[in-house]
Design a protein around this ligand. Structure first.
Ligand code: ATP
Ligand code: MG
Length: 446
């Protein structure tokens, strides 16, 4: 049995989490896996620091060891990202250990531990590349990374170390959403200069090309990503297109207010919420220069949450809202009077969403990401309907989805079970059977 080499100096934990006092704080993190039954294996990216994952019931936390000063800085930055509602892992606490003799290191250099909440159902890029069934998401990764960088830059976040390993991906109704995971080298500003943005893009390109080169040495990259440099450049191009679209100014005539609405709709369709619209006189004439200020890329998420209380990713939310809109149209036709979306939302929850999820839970087990699971069923319904050339209906789709997943369990990353999640990353392992996604025709994520 190993002797204590450290002891806990201080522990700061945000409300609503365990006190973590049952963990072996007398040891460095690298010794925790042998000493604490709470340590679990989960899919994870590469890292210089020791990172261990610890489970308290269904909640998993990531513990990262860095010098106390660095951990404090990263904790503060992650808090800042959270306040600005930018997509990143959420900080939970900060611990400082000290050598058991109590004198060895200066306070700032003591071993610190940053605690963050494990981003549920997240996939590191290596899992996307190494596991069957996730092929369709690989090229989406480029859009997700570009979108993440645009959002962070709009929020004044200079990353300084954007790389494939520092991004986590969550499936979002056939697409991916990306989250920042490592803010050690970052800075938060009121606004970023174009020089800062350019520097971040250069760092991203270098890191992504390097990350893909490393990966190519271990697995065959899909053809479209084979050229590392080109792939990195393509993320920059996607970034620049999106940035230009968001910041595009429009010249409008005073009688053209419909064009203002059109512009807001376009941004909303891209998921951006428009916080302010500025109209400025353009020179001498009556023309106006219109500038929109976007606040976040969570337009549909907000709307879905307000209507139903469901927390979902942006594209999931947009698909679920579409279903509610369909229900609203059907009700309006049936009742021959206008039905508000809030009424349709209530009926949708009661008649479709909740019953479908209970049935899936009964037949397939609990899912960590219920919105994604429901979206997969919707997608399956479209797939079946397209094949049958008629609407097969939700019941038939549910039935078929369950039957297929029983035959070839393919939704493993969705199941709320750390040990199953861990099997996704075990590289030597070949998951049994191709998951549902691999059956679907490319681009069927309507
Ligand atoms: N909260 C979290 N949720 C899910 N995964 C996480 C979380 N925190 C860390 N990870 C995983 O652990 C890996 C390493 O974390 P992180 O990037 O913070 O470590 P690092 O040592 O600072 O990395 P680097 O080598 O880039 O400096 C990440 O790539 C990610 O896969
Ligand atoms: Mg990292």
């Amino acid at each position: 049995m190993s002797h204590p080499v450290r002891r806990l100096h201080s522990l700061h934990i945000r409300q609503g989490h365990p006190d973590f006092l049952d963990l072996p704080w007398e040891l460095p993190l690298e010794a925790w896996p042998e000493r604490s039954p709470r340590v679990v294996e989960v899919p994870r990216g590469l890292s210089r620091h020791v990172v261990v994952f610890v489970s308290y019931g269904a909640t998993i936390y990531a513990f990262k060891e860095t010098p106390a000063r660095v951990a404090q800085r990263e904790y503060d930055l992650l808090r800042g990202l959270e306040e600005r509602r930018l997509p990143s892992v959420v900080p939970v606490g900060l611990a400082v250990q000290m050598e058991a003799d109590g004198v060895s290191s200066a306070p700032d250099d003591r071993p610190g531990v940053l605690i963050t909440q494990y981003l549920a159902s997240s996939l590191p890029y290596r899992a996307l590349f190494m596991h069957q069934g996730l092929e369709r998401y690989r090229s989406r990764l480029l859009d997700a990374m570009a979108g993440l960088l645009v959002r962070l830059h709009l929020g004044g976040f200079f990353w300084g170390d954007c790389s494939l390993s520092n991004v986590l991906f969550r499936r979002d109704a056939g697409e991916l959403q990306a989250y920042a995971v490592d803010a050690e080298t970052s800075e938060l500003h009121e606004q970023l200069s174009s020089g800062q943005r350019e520097m971040d893009l250069q760092i991203m390109e270098e890191n992504v090309a390097g990350g893909l080169a490393d990966l190519a040495a271990r697995v065959a990259l899909p053809e479209e990503l084979e050229d590392w440099q080109e792939t990195a450049t393509s993320i920059r191009q996607r970034y620049e297109r999106l940035w230009a679209e968001i910041n595009r100014e429009l010249i409008v005539q005073p009688h053209e207010s419909y064009r203002i609405h059109e512009r807001i709709r376009t941004l909303n369709d891209l998921g951006f919420s428009v916080g302010e619209v500025e109209l400025l006189a353009n020179g001498q004439g009556s023309q106006l220069r219109m500038r929109t200020i976007v606040t976040d890329r969570e337009y549909h998420r907000h709307q879905l949450h307000t209507l139903t209380g469901i927390v979902a990713e942006e594209r999931q939310a947009s698909l679920l809202l579409n279903e509610m809109q369909e229900m609203k149209a059907t009700l309006t036709r049936k009742l021959d009077r206008s039905v508000p979306l809030s009424v349709a939302a209530f009926r949708w929850l009661d008649e479709r969403y909740h019953p479908s999820l209970s049935r899936l839970q009964k037949d397939l087990g609990r899912a960590a990401d219920t919105a994604e699971l429901y979206c997969q069923v919707l997608e399956h319904k479209w797939f079946l309907s397209e094949r049958a050339k008629r609407d097969v209906g939700l019941d038939a789709a549910l039935q078929d989805y369950v039957t297929l997943n029983r035959k070839q369990p393919g939704i493993a990353p969705l199941l709320e079970d750390a040990s199953r999640a861990a099997s996704v990353e075990t590289e030597a392992e070949d998951p049994s059977g191709a998951p549902l996604e691999s059956r679907l025709p490319p681009g069927s994520n309507v």
